[in-house]
Design a protein around this ligand. Structure first.
Ligand SMILES: Cc1cc2nc3c(=O)[nH]c(=O)nc-3n(C[C@H](O)[C@H](O)[C@H](O)COP(=O)(O)O)c2cc1C
Length: 160
């Protein structure tokens, strides 16, 4: 059996994605990164599923702290999404571009976005260049119920 790499790439890029800022915190370190591989996984309890690059900084922070936040960006916040995937001079520096508050779980929630949720890690699949993390949503803050940023509107690709 041989995988058709070209077909696989085209087909997997058809999966629609939003764009989110995943937030993590360990002691005084508050970090965040742009994530698109995110979906809901259960109604009750409310679960979200997110794939995180194993070599990224936030990956091991999530494993150690067993929690993460997901901030939903507004459709006009593409520039902010770009800040959060570019390399940073110092860990946590990206949040200088975006004021945030700490939620009840102590995780960063952007002050200006559609809103954000805080999750406790309840499962993980570590296989491949990304780990699949399952988080149970414990807090939710709605700031502005408006259109969210979607990957297809940006011209960027992450997938395939
Ligand atoms: C459009 C786009 C979508 C991305 N989606 C994800 C994602 O779903 N998961 C992930 O781990 N990285 C994703 N990234 C890459 C991270 O944002 C990037 O590797 C970031 O620098 C990781 O930060 P960290 O090392 O501080 O954790 C995406 C990048 C782009 C450009």
């Amino acid at each position: 059996m041989q995988l058709d790499q070209d077909a696989k790439k085209v087909l997997l890029r058809k999966i629609p994605h939003g764009l989110f800022i995943c937030g993590v915190r360990e002691d005084e370190i508050v970090n965040g990164f742009t994530a698109s591989w995110v979906t809901q996984g259960s109604f009750d309890p409310p679960l979200v599923v997110m794939a995180v690059r194993s070599e990224g900084t936030s990956h091991d922070i999530i494993l150690r702290t067993r929690k993460f936040s997901l901030n939903v960006l507004r459709s006009d916040q593409k520039e902010l999404a770009a800040v959060f995937f570019k390399p940073q001079s110092a860990l946590g520096g990206r949040f200088e571009a975006a004021p945030f508050s700490l939620g009840d779980l102590g995780l960063p929630i952007l002050d200006d976005a559609v809103g954000g949720v805080e999750c406790e890690l309840v499962g993980e699949v570590r296989h491949g260049d990304h780990s699949v993390f399952v988080g149970e949503v414990k807090t939710a803050k709605l700031i502005n119920d408006t259109d969210s940023l979607i990957l297809s509107s940006t011209g960027w690709e992450y997938g395939g």
